[in-house]
Design a protein around this ligand. Sequence first.
Ligand SMILES: [Mn+2]
Length: 351
Amino acid sequence: MKIKELQLVLKKKKCDMALFYNHESPNPNMQYMTGYTGIGILVVPKNKTPFLIAPGMELERAKKSGLKTYSMDKKRFFESAYDIIKKQSRLRNVAIDNTNFNINSYNALKKQFKCKTTDIFQDCVKLRETKTEKEVEYLRKSCNFADKILQKTLKNFKEFKTESDVSAYLAYETQRLGLELSFPSIVASGKNGSMPHYTPQNKKLNKGLCVIDFGVKYKGYCSDMTRTISVGKPSPKEKEMYDMLLGIQEGCIALVKDKIKCHELYDYTVKGLGKYAKNFTHGLGHGVGIEIHEMPNLKMNSQDLIVNNKVFTIEPGVYFPGKFGIRIEDTILFKGKTQVLTKTTKELLTL
Ligand SMILES: [Mn+2]
């Protein structure tokens, strides 16, 4: 995606080429440009066709990207790459994404290439912020799958005894459909719900509210959704807080429009929460794409704008340590109008 746009950045920054690499975990920018998530190097020359360099064991997979793929010989990673690249491109100024380069790799690159490097991490983040039609389609499907799996989980909820029963079922159903989780699911029952990033335990589900935060990856694209349900009948206080938060979440979604600044959505939430604003301890939401957290950032003071083809979450939450927590999250597409991509009911279910 967006190779031409990247090449414009390279020309503007007077770089000969961009170089991205994967060693262990996939580099999101390389995945974005090529779809390839294996070990190797992506080279994007400023005015020629991009190509991949991959070790023998990954060649078959790398070629599926449709890009010309060169085989690394048995030499070291960057040494091998250098021999291939120097025949194709000038190497005075190489653009790299600093945030995805570790210090050892950087030193190896500098030693071998003897080049200047220019950071294009933020440029890549910017390119990925607005989604192409293809990406919108993938994100929409990703959300459909997440809905389907979560709804099946809620339907079977009576069978689960522990938090990890629930998270294991979510993972099982995800894998059965040939998908991956966007992140380890959160299933936080009762007082555990007050920890926004809680890890589910192999312990009996507590009575009361239960926060379930879940998403899948479809063709590499993440969905993200949170529902809070009630195990047994909710107390009047829990029900009151839930209704208030749902009103704010839906009010916030209704407020989304072209060119609105993200802090305006955040401010609306804080105002709506009134005296409970101090119990809202995280940002209002974030962009989603190849990574679970992308731009825009819907936090305090954020000047990021909502414009066509941005996909992001709206997820207000309130947390009462030692008591309970509530979070309600949808993945939203803005494209002329606001479309809520995650469609699982937000009625407070008693299961
Ligand atoms: Mn989220």
